[in-house]
Design a protein around this ligand. Structure first.
Ligand code: AHM
Ligand code: MG
Length: 336
């Protein structure tokens, strides 16, 4: 790029053009981006920083926490609580919400995050990331409670993720398309490297954990089975498969070159709607994907229309290239 556009300049220009990025939201995004830089440094140190391996604790979902899960959670909280832009935060790694302490001014936004997504990849040096979602505090009449967070994803003011991979990339939407910023390690700044990202409507690539195939529901089995039949089958083309097991990395690939990502409901745990978390993973990714011209459903319904019943709610996910997500959703809505 001949003239480099920083994250700050991008946000200021979006404000000028679209007039809907209030100062508090701009500050929030910059603070999250700074926190991600700090997480990236810890991730990069790896064994040298003694940050690998498990901590002696479980999160609210009963999952063993990795040291970097806890470090990243703390970095995000410490970076965000004093700025005056937030009323409260919620995290995949915390049982309940974290209200901004009284000693700091209360802002009008709510921040939700998965501090380090793809935990199983931390120790094996594969891409991982931070996912975040921003809501407005709707009720100004009283203090803040968990209920204030239970808003459908379509009410998000901003969302994004940072992927810690061969490059450190921040991907952001404030509702005016999707932009990607690459961290320039020499200057420490986020540089705009892609703007108005578009996901191709069609694809020949799917991402799903195939080892769960025997547990899937019929519509998902049908969709994948047809892809696997390749040129000779009803789809008339060969499909390729990828599964990083870090949602950030899989979604990043889809935003870059198209594809469909699925983590469907399965019979292993019939009472759980899915593995992924609605508010920390599915909603922010759905917002990005829709802003890039793709679709995101739970197989039956648009993800961003779901009204959460609780903070740590889980959901089935199908997202990415429009025509493929539409197809797998149609298979659910009109089974054979
Ligand atoms: P995490 O938030 O505990 O890391 O779990 C979420 C991750 C996603 O990033 C990824 O898509 C999925 O879990 C992989 O699950 P599996 O190991 O079942 O394939
Ligand atoms: Mg996660």
């Amino acid at each position: 790029m001949s003239s480099r556009i920083s994250l700050t300049r991008y946000l200021v220009e979006q404000q000028r053009e679209h007039g809907h990025i209030p100062a508090q939201l701009r500050l929030l995004i910059e603070v999250v981006a700074r926190a991600c830089k700090s997480i990236a440094i810890s991730v990069n140190k790896g064994a040298l920083g003694e940050v690998l391996g498990s901590a002696a604790s479980e999160n609210v979902q009963g999952e063993i926490q990795k040291k970097l899960d806890i470090i990243s959670n703390e970095v995000l909280i410490e970076a965000n609580e004093w700025g005056g832009h937030l009323a409260a935060m919620a995290s995949e790694e915390m049982d309940s919400i974290h209200v901004v302490p009284n000693r700091y001014p209360q802002g009008e936004y709510l921040l939700l995050f998965d501090p380090l997504d793809g935990s199983s990849n931390i120790d094996v040096n594969v891409s991982i990331g931070t996912i975040f979602s921003v809501l407005r505090k709707v009720n100004n009449q009283r203090g803040i409670s968990e209920e204030d967070f239970l808003q459908p994803g379509k009410q998000q003011a901003a969302a994004g993720y940072c992927v810690y991979g061969p490059q450190t990339t921040l991907v952001l939407t404030v509702g005016t398309g999707v932009a990607m910023f690459t961290l320039d390690r020499e200057t420490g700044s986020w540089v705009l490297t892609e703007d108005q990202v578009q996901i191709p409507e069609d694809t020949k690539e799917f991402a799903i954990n195939m080892s769960n195939m025997r547990h899937w529901d019929a519509p998902v089995k049908r969709y994948i089975d047809e892809c696997l039949q390749g040129k000779e089958g009803p789809r008339g083309k060969d499909f390729n498969m990828r599964w990083v097991a870090s949602m950030v990395a899989d979604v990043h690939r889809i935003l870059t070159r198209g594809g469909v990502f699925m983590y469907p409901w399965d019979k292993r745990d019939p009472d759980k709607p899915g593995k992924l978390r609605l508010m920390y993973e599915a909603n922010p990714m759905a917002f990005l994907v829709e802003q890039a011209g793709g679709l995101a459903t739970n197989g039956r319904q648009r993800i961003m229309d779901i009204v959460p019943g609780k903070l740590h709610e889980r959901v089935a996910v199908a997202l990415g290239s429009k025509n493929e997500v539409q197809r797998v959703t149609d298979y659910h809505l009109s089974p054979l």
